[in-house]
Design a protein around this ligand. Structure first.
Ligand SMILES: Cc1ncc(COP(=O)(O)O)c(C=O)c1O
Length: 461
């Protein structure tokens, strides 16, 4: 860290609070300042270049220097730098984006609503779930079920839906009406001798039990990411969503698919819902919608939900929700250009070609004594580090083995994200063969350094 009083590091410590950062430690170590980006790489203020193995925050699908997105933003700024959607007015590009998203949805959808982040889209979806059931005369249907280790955002409602204790602790969350059911991670939660199919059935049974205990008439919706990202890249067993959806259908419970990470090619199809055969009633999306070049998120709703909203407008006089920046014309223009690029460059086809290379590269670590499980689909993957391969005993979280591996890997020119002791990979979708090989080689070095460290410190049995 540069400790000069007026250095960027010192000023960062003096003036800036970072999300998902140990604030106490940050006072000592300061920030890692990223100054520029090119392709799948970013460069820090010391001139060190890194492969961005997590695409920033699972989002910069087209890398860090896509000129077409910059040009789209510049021309949109010049044409109309701002307009809103209140009172029926709208920028033209926002209409175009809404139409495009509805038409490309994985299941029939009716309308798009816009917001600025994944959290806000989740929040809005939750409001609309309640609004819908109130509108159709079922006001008692209010409770929401999401999953342990699911991630849906940081606002009061979306953090409540998130099934990670550190998002709740001391924030007085989750709010009531929100419950969490079992996490479909076979490696960690499967019982001895239970295969994936049986485990998926047990997850569906857990859900059914919860619904029965609470009363199906009180339960409104079930929220799920196709692949859980921030919970540790957890890929559900093959039949999981089939079984879950059967339970939801039987009990008239809406399914909201959180496509904030999985949407736009990440899992090898345009939508994670397609990969896992989900048939949602609403879909949230953000991140790769604009390759994260500008903030924008969207919520797709089906016709039935829309008609209920129209009915309320007739009664109440208007739809009582909206945001100053929702459907911002510059963000919308960048999102549209992002979608154009996905189509023209067949980004889904590219992911399908690259995915086996990334997955095979990471699976080559399966036999490593530190590695418990390698999992993934498309261009998203997780490598779980473990104390005892046979018993699956994890390391004491206080040792922070994952964080240590993250630091060693950084020394080798690769940014990845430790989610506990799972190392998450989610590179820009434009990554090529050579870059995948480089990513895997850098991780290999980081993993070896971690292994040496773990043994030297006496943390491994
Ligand atoms: C699946 C999922 N949903 C929602 C969110 C929240 O998005 P945002 O950080 O844009 O609010 C995230 C963020 O990582 C996410 O991964």
């Amino acid at each position: 860290m540069n400790t000069r009083a007026n250095s960027a590091s010192a000023r960062d410590i003096a003036y800036h609070v970072h999300g998902y950062t140990n604030l106490k430690k940050h006072q000592e170590v300061g920030p890692h300042i990223i100054e520029s980006g090119s392709g799948i790489r970013v460069t820090d203020d010391n001139g060190n270049s890194f492969i961005e193995g997590l695409a920033g925050l699972w989002c910069t699908s087209l890398g860090f220097s896509e000129q077409r997105l910059i040009d789209a933003a510049m021309s949109a700024f010049q044409r109309l730098p701002y307009y809103h959607g209140f009172g029926g007015r709208t920028p033209d590009v926002t209409i175009e984006l809404a139409e495009r998203l509805v038409k490309m949805a994985p299941v029939p959808m009716s309308k798009a609503l816009f917001a600025n982040s994944g959290s806000e889209a989740t929040d809005l979806s939750l409001k609309l779930v309640w609004y819908y059931y109130n509108s159709i005369g079922k006001p008692e249907k209010k409770k929401i079920i999401s999953r342990i280790k699911g991630y849906h955002g940081v606002t009061v409602a979306s953090a409540s839906l998130t099934g990670l204790p550190h998002l709740h602790a001391k924030f007085d969350l989750p709010i009531d009406r929100i419950m969490h059911t079992s996490c479909p991670h076979h490696y960690r939660f499967g019982e001895d001798g239970e295969n994936e199919e049986e485990f998926a059935s047990r997850c569906a049974m857990d859900l059914e039990d919860l619904i029965e205990r609470e009363g199906a008439d009180t339960i409104a919706a079930f929220y799920a990411e196709p692949v859980m990202g921030a919970g540790g890249v957890l890929v559900p067993p093959k039949t999981y969503f089939k079984k879950i959806q059967k339970v939801l259908k039987k009990n008239n419970i809406l399914l909201v698919a959180d496509e904030v990470i999985c949407g736009f090619g990440r899992t090898g199809n345009m939508w994670g819902s397609t990969t896992f055969e989900m048939k949602p009633d609403m879909i949230t999306m953000a991140k790769a919608l604009s390759s994260a070049y500008l903030p924008i998120s969207a919520l797709l709703i089906n016709e039935e939900i829309y008609q209920a909203m129209v009915g309320q407008s007739e009664k109440l006089g208007l739809f009582g929700h909206g945001g100053t920046y929702a459907g911002h014309p510059v963000s919308a223009a960048v999102a549209l250009e992002t979608l154009n690029i996905y189509e023209e460059r067949d980004i889904v086809g590219h992911v399908q070609k690259m995915a086996p290379l990334l997955q095979a590269g990471l699976h080559s670590f399966s036999d490593h004594p530190l590695v418990g499980e390698v999992r993934g689909v498309g261009l998203i993957a997780g490598v779980e580090l473990i104390k005892d391969k046979k018993t699956k005993e994890p390391f004491d979280p206080k040792i922070a083995v994952g964080a240590q591996c993250q630091s060693f890997t950084l020394e080798n020119g690769l940014i990845i994200r430790a989610v506990g002791d799972t190392i998450a990979f989610c590179p820009p979708l434009i990554i090529n063969e050579v870059e995948i090989a480089e990513l895997v080689a850098s991780f290999s070095k980081g993993l070896e350094q971690t292994w040496t460290w773990v043994k030297e410190e006496g943390f491994h049995t």
